[in-house]
Ligand binder design. Structure first.
Ligand SMILES: [Zn+2]
Length: 678
């Protein structure tokens, strides 16, 4: 047994304990996402999980943990014989660091050996190590987008697939995915959120006695981890045995039609997307019954399952935090109970919906008239963008001062390309110059890593002069050595992160400029969409700055937020820049190769606090020092111009562009642009 902190010794955190245990009983539930502030022992508890999981039997010597009873037919270490010797080992918990490389996650195919020795050499990655165990991602919200995609593909297929230069490998990768995150550091992409079966909010206990107990156990553990583990050995063994017993019971647990209807009613009442929620809730309820030693699922099990399975699946404003109201849940369960046994038959649902099947369909289909739909302006027959948003609702946010109604965006136009100087290495796109995987080949070089694409003509050319010395026989094949390998050098364009920092203060609104400003930002957004950029938006006005839109590929979300943007109040420019700096720091961890372009839209007239203009310049300096490329769109107008935006651009080490000079072409062209986007 390991000397780690024992699972059963973690104080409180009952919801997290339950979420993890249910997945241990039934991995098909699909993992757990744990949200909570720092210092809640959530990571301690997750890391302690492996110790109470049942041991696994694996084929001896197989690096891919094949089950001797059912070996993976595509196992790179296989094929295994039916009588292959096996060993039993503890279940693994594998941690995926947020900064891991692609090779580390999916494994590395050695193209050098494939070309020079003709063997398919594959070094397994973390997905292989996690097969039949737990894959844990701490700070999962900061995980590189590219890794997220690979991880999701593997989790969905239960398979890891690697392909390079025509050589491919696949192996089974089924694991219990557990992620922890601190929501203050940014929310998770909605696509990833939905992939986790359950979510759990972790909080430090408020109760003084419990807090005391947390400290007491921690002190005892630090004093002697081995001795501490010894005192918890029996408790741990008890939990492990209970998991084994529940797994054995699981296949026989009965989910009656009435109870299944209760699951469906609760999911419908909470207005969740699709049917995945129903499936996960049913699976979790069955696991809960097995965990409690029951042969049949009851309302208690459904309630426990719904609390964990539904919060993150409710339809809500993009990027709002998942939550679930307990009283609402009880009402939904009670409501389902009343008419259980009967056809739930939606009443005001047109004629002819008599059959039970049909009514079941409506419960999840076009029924549930979605009272909480997004407050986005109606796109109209031509689709986006939202035209003059006369009816765009204001969406007042809690804590912000009352503002005048949002100004309607002015006309949209085609903007000139704003570009980041230098050569990047980001994902393919259409903005800044970059070395890319595609694009035209501009030369060759020694391969920087094993993932590099091999440039075959250059490799042959490098090998050619040495053929005689290497003893190539007449008519024999070319003799290649690893030193000969050359990788292609491509140049194309990359996409960037375009972060809009928008001044929504009174000084902008008073000059009736806000409409034109919104039109300009909308134009820049459409441009970003065409160039495959990621976009984000920070706004500042009144008391401070606000993250109006965390970085996303959804330009629709950005446009909706922009149309509804309230204006007025003072101009806390420094706060806006500081907020942007924080965001870019976090984003650099998440997506290090995506270069940011900061577009500051302001008249530069900072107000509020002591010496607001000087603080804005002070806030600009670290952005310039971090190498962030900025463009200040100067919105100043009127007869008296202070030219403050130009000064700010200087402090940012960037360029300044007058609002009027943003357009690349006459307005007639914008119609064509809009059509292309729609
Ligand atoms: Zn194998």
């Amino acid at each position: 047994m390991s000397d780690g902190f024992p699972f059963s010794a973690v104080v409180g955190m009952e919801e997290l304990r339950l979420g993890l245990v249910l997945n241990a009983v039934s991995p098909a539930i699909g993992g757990v996402l744990v949200r909570g502030e720092k210092g809640t022992a959530k990571s301690t508890m997750v890391r302690a999980l492996a110790a109470i999981l049942p041991d696994v039997a694996v084929v001896a010597g197989c690096r891919f943990s094949c089950d001797p009873a059912d070996p993976d037919p595509s196992c790179p270490d296989g094929p295994h014989e039916a009588e292959a010797p096996s060993v039993t080992r503890a279940a693994r918990l594998v941690e995926l660091p947020v900064g891991a490389s692609e090779d580390r996650l999916v494994g590395a195919l050695d193209i050098e050996r494939a070309l020079t020795e003709g063997v398919k050499a594959y070094e397994p990655g973390l997905l292989a190590a996690a097969h039949r165990g737990v894959l844990y991602v701490d700070e999962v919200n900061l995980l590189h987008d590219h890794l997220v995609d690979l991880l999701l593909d593997a989790a969905a297929l239960g398979t890891c697939y690697v392909e390079r230069d025509g050589v491919s490998v696949r192996h089974a990768a089924r694991f219990l995915l557990v992620g922890t995150m601190n929501p203050e550091e940014g929310e998770l992409r909605p696509q990833l959120l939905d992939r986790f079966g359950l979510t759990v909010e972790a909080a430090a206990p408020r109760n003084a006695a419990l807090r005391g107990e947390v400290v007491r156990r921690r002190l005892a553990y630090d004093d002697g981890p081995g001795r501490f583990a010894e005192t918890w050995r029996a408790a741990e063994a008890g939990l492990a045995a209970r998991i084994v017993a529940a797994r054995a019971l699981l296949p026989g647990v009965v989910l009656s039609d009435a109870t299944l209807r209760q699951v469906a009613s609760v999911c419908a009442a909470f207005d969740v997307d699709g049917l995945r929620a129903d499936l996960v809730t049913a699976r979790a309820a069955i696991a809960h019954a097995a965990w409690e030693g029951r042969g049949e699922v009851t309302a208690v099990d459904v309630r426990a399952a719904a609390r964990l399975a539904l919060p993150h699946r409710r339809r809500r404003q993009p990027f709002d935090a998942p939550q679930l109201d307990e009283e609402e849940l009880d009402r939904a369960l009670a409501g389902a109970g009343e008419d259980s046994g009967d056809d739930p038959g939606p009443d005001d649902d047109g004629p002819g919906g008599g059959e039970p099947e049909a009514s079941h369909e409506t419960t999840h289909g076009q029924g549930a008239p979605a009272p909480r739909t997004e407050a986005a302006p109606d796109p109209g027959p031509d689709g986006r963008p939202p035209g003059p948003a006369a009816e765009a609702p204001a969406q007042p946010r809690p804590g912000t001062a009352v503002a005048r109604p949002p100004a309607a965006p002015g006309p949209v136009f085609r903007v000139r390309r704003l570009e980041i100087p230098g050569t990047g290495t980001g994902a393919a796109g259409r903005r800044s110059r970059a070395r890319t995987d595609s694009g035209h080949v501009t030369g060759s070089r020694r391969p920087p890593d094993r993932a590099a694409r091999i440039h075959v003509p250059a490799t042959f050319a490098a090998a050619a002069p040495h053929q005689v010395a290497r003893g190539r026989a007449p008519g024999g094949g070319l003799l290649l050595r690893p030193d000969d390998l050359r990788a292609a050098r491509h140049e194309g364009r990359e996409s960037n992160l375009v972060l809009f920092v928008v001044d929504a203060s009174g000084s902008m609104a008073a000059r009736a400029r806000m409409g034109a400003v919104k039109g300009a930002v909308l134009s820049l957004l459409l441009d970003a969409y065409q160039r495959r950029d990621k976009v984000g938006m920070v706004t500042f006005r009144g008391g401070g700055a606000e993250l109006a839109l965390p970085p996303t590929f959804s330009v629709e979300a950005a446009a909706a937020r922009l149309s509804a943007l309230p204006t007025g109040g003072r101009t806390p420019l420094a706060a806006g820049l500081l907020r942007a700096g924080d965001l870019l720091r976090a984003e650099r961890i998440r997506d290090p190769r995506r270069r940011p372009l900061l577009v500051l839209v302001t008249d530069g007239r900072a107000t509020g606090g002591a010496d607001p203009v000087a603080s804005a310049h002070r806030a600009a300096a670290p952005l310039a020092a971090a190498g962030v490329h900025s463009v200040v769109v100067d919105c100043e107008s009127g007869p008296v111009r202070l030219g403050l935006a130009a000064g700010l651009a200087q402090s940012l080490g960037g360029a300044v562009l007058r609002l009027e000079h943003l357009a690349a072409a006459p307005l007639a062209d914008s119609v064509r642009v809009l059509r292309e986007v729609a």
